[in-house]
Design a binder for this molecule. Structure first.
Ligand code: PLP
Ligand code: COI
Length: 372
């Protein structure tokens, strides 16, 4: 990395003075276009990244935009031992007029603060969070794809970088933001997915970290997720106390009842999804009854058998809204077949993505423009 092209920006509206180092080995237009033509999910990264340091003495300081590249850490960095880490996920969308927008970023900023509090990490002020996104999009805006259903996935994260092996909250922490052009999370696009019910493993427990977006929750989901894949399923569903529906490895769950009621599991150990909150709001706006309550796996089984429950869907930033066609367990299966099982999920998806891509009126004021 060279610093010959380092510039210091005048303080941003959030009061940060950004040091910007342009990537002299940035991808060419042709290389970038080839990636954007088929981005997949999580495979490619833009030319730059953002970081802000935090120390107990100095607070948040040294905000930088630099070339995307390896991070130097001491082998004793606390995150590598005790997993003091959190992250977020949101997207930048290109509208038909070329402008770039993001969706409810203050909700992500607030959730990152809640995750930070649980993981004994410092809280990043919301203005800094938003500013970091603006800075990255200012240098890497050309990486926001324009093909239908594509976006630039933004991944803010924070970790304990202090070189110390004692077990206590780190006194030195780093916040980073990287970005990755994204297409559909699931290979089949919006085709209904199959999910595997994990009865052997739990994702979270009472008083644990289930409601925080922290790497450990995902690390513990990898083995059950691999089990799901062995059974031909794309995601794993976890239960609470062995009987209550919780959520999938990387997305929330919503059940669709015959009368149009939507039910989502409630528990202190579920990640409060911004997609879920948004889609339930859109459903309420249409006059649907929406319930957030404890739901047992037996209620789903019996409801599906009687025709009371007609469908289910997964929702999250990466997955958007994806119908669930089948739940597979060790000793039973629930099938939601036929187009009617996916109808409501797909129509809510159309409305939600319509807002995100600027095709449908943003009546809740959820969008924030990033390139102006
Ligand atoms: N639950 C888990 C475990 C997740 O990883 C995600 C994705 O971020 C969600 C739910 C959905 O959250 P959101 O809609 O805010 O992306
Ligand atoms: C997201 O949807 O943003 C997530 O973090 C989930 C992960 C499966 C990519």
């Amino acid at each position: 990395m060279t610093t010959t092209n380092l510039t210091l920006q005048a303080p941003s509206p959030a009061g940060l003075t950004w040091a910007i180092t342009r990537n002299e080995n940035a991808k060419s237009d042709a290389e970038r276009d080839a990636i954007l033509a088929d981005p997949g999910f999580g495979n490619h990264f833009t030319d730059h990244m953002v970081d802000i340091c935090w120390s107990e003495k100095g607070g948040w300081h040294r905000p930088r935009v630099s070339p995307y590249g390896p991070i130097q850490l001491e082998p004793s960095a606390a995150v590598l031992h005790y997993a003091q880490e959190i992250f977020e996920g949101l997207k930048a969308y290109r509208h038909a007029d070329g402008s770039v927008w993001t969706f409810r970023p203050y909700e992500n900023a607030a959730r990152m603060q809640r995750s930070a509090a649980r993981l004994a990490l410092p809280e990043l002020p919301s203005e800094y969070f938003i500013d970091s996104i603006r800075q990255l999009v200012a240098v890497d805006g050309a990486w926001v794809p324009s093909a239908p259903e594509t976006s630039l996935y933004l991944r803010p994260f924070m970790f304990a970088k202090e070189a110390f092996l004692g077990v206590r909250p780190a006194k030195k922490v780093a916040y980073y933001l990287i970005a990755s052009p994204a297409g559909a999370y699931f290979h089949g696009g919006v085709q209904p997915v199959s999910i595997w019910l994990s009865t052997k493993y739990a994702r979270a427990g009472k008083g644990g970290t289930g409601a925080a977006k922290t790497g450990g929750n995902y690390a513990s989901s990898l083995l059950p997720q691999a089990e799901a894949a062995q059974h031909g399923c794309q995601q794993v569903l976890f239960l609470d106390e062995g009987k209550y529906l919780e959520e999938l490895g990387g997305m929330n769950l919503v059940l669709v009842y015959r009368d149009g009621t939507l039910v989502t599991p409630e528990s202190d150990s579920i990640l409060e999804g911004i997609t879920r909150d948004s889609v339930l709001q859109l459903a309420k706006d249409r006059g649907h009854t929406v319930e957030s309550r404890k739901v047992t796996i037996d209620e789903w089984r019996e409801g599906a058998a009687s025709g009371e429950i007609v469908g289910a869907f997964a929702c999250g930033t990466a997955a958007v809204i994806t119908p669930i066609g089948r739940l597979l367990a060790e000793d039973f299966e629930i099938v939601h077949g036929g187009p009617e099982a996916s109808e409501l999920a797909l129509s809510l998806r159309e409305e939600l993505t319509g807002i995100q891509y600027g095709r449908v009126e943003d009546r809740h004021g959820w969008l924030l423009r990033l390139d102006a």
